[in-house]
Structure formats: C-alpha cells, structure tokens
Design a protein. Structure first.
Length: 188
C-alpha cells in the first residue's frame, strides 16, 4: 500500500505505523489487542500489539512463529504479517559461575592485600558504573515511551543500591568503613 509503513521496533516489542496514504488507517481491537488504534493521514502511532509480540505466547520448542495484524486504509482491508524469531536464551549456569568466580577472586585478593578496603571499594564502584551504563543503554533503546519514566522503570532497586554502594566505597576509601552506617561508641 503506497504511503503506508508498518515497522516493528524495540526488538519486536512494539509496532509503529506511519501513514502518508491520504486516508485514515484503523487498526481494530481483537485477538488480545484491547484498544483500537487510529492513525490520521500524515501521522504515526506506536503501540504494543499483542498479536505481533510474544506477550502471553510461548513459542515452545519452535524457534519461529508468525503473526498478523489486520488494518484498514480508507475502504481497503490490509493484513500485515511478520515472523517471530526466538533467540537462544543465555546459559544461566555460565553467568552464575562467572559471577561466583569473580567474587572468589576478589575475596582471595582482598585477604592478601594490605589495603583490601580499596580493592572492594573500587570493585563496588565498577559494578555501580556497569549497572548505570546498562540502565542508560536500555533506556535509550526505547523510543516510544517517555525518557524519564523508562529510566525509572529500568532502574528498579538501583535507585536505592547505587547511592549506598557509592557512600560505602567513599567511606571505605577514607578509612572509615562503618562511618556511613553508624557511629562507633567512644572508648575511654
């Protein structure tokens, strides 16, 4: 259909319709899609369409599946079709083994180091930096939702953990590891 563009975005999580057909495009509700979508001529719309995503759908052992979304452009009915391609999930055991190995190495190094607090503080700050980089990258990948709302949603418990780790690292680097949690009683 000339002037009509339907694209999957955000790794297939959403559909985007750009309408330059000279007519109104309507996407009806149905098959799990509860809200109809109307796109005026010259406009665009982005939404999550349950018919075109893996939401509430398990591909099972199959690595591929198909989807279709009906729509009308003026008086003409059109069906947009696509393919779901499931990627292999990461091997969780490998990641857990890597994390446990790094933790073990850090503990051994900390026990042998004359200044273990520096090693652990720097390690904590590196983990916070990696977490912040991941959240910022995930936020910037989403183009169809408000930036700050997406950032806060992606952050999760990081908003609590990041400042605590930074405060603990700063206190440890200053040589007062317990200073950020409580004051030690004075000794006579």
């Amino acid at each position: 259909m000339p002037g009509l563009s339907v694209t999957t975005i955000e790794d297939g999580a959403r559909l985007r319709v750009r309408n330059d057909t000279g007519m109104r495009v309507e996407v009806p509700a149905g098959d799990g899609q509860t809200v109809p979508v109307t796109v005026p001529d010259g406009g665009s719309a982005t939404w999550i369409d349950a018919r075109a995503t893996t939401l509430d759908r398990d591909l099972g052992a199959a690595s591929r599946g198909t989807w279709e979304v009906p729509l009308t452009v003026g008086p003409t009915r059109v069906t947009v079709t696509g393919e779901l391609v499931a990627g292999q999930p990461p091997r969780a055991a490998s990641w857990w083994a890597l994390a446990a190995g790094i933790a073990a190495v850090l503990l051994v190094l900390a026990r042998r180091s004359p200044r273990p607090h520096v090693l652990l503080a720097v390690s904590g700050l590196l983990v916070v930096a990696a977490s912040v980089a991941h959240v910022v990258g995930a936020t910037l990948a989403v183009r169809s939702a408000p930036l700050w709302g997406t950032f806060l949603d992606a952050t999760g418990i990081g908003l609590l953990v990041w400042p605590l780790v930074v405060a603990a690292a700063v206190a440890a680097l200053r040589g007062r590891a317990g200073a950020c949690w409580a004051s030690a009683p004075a000794r006579a």
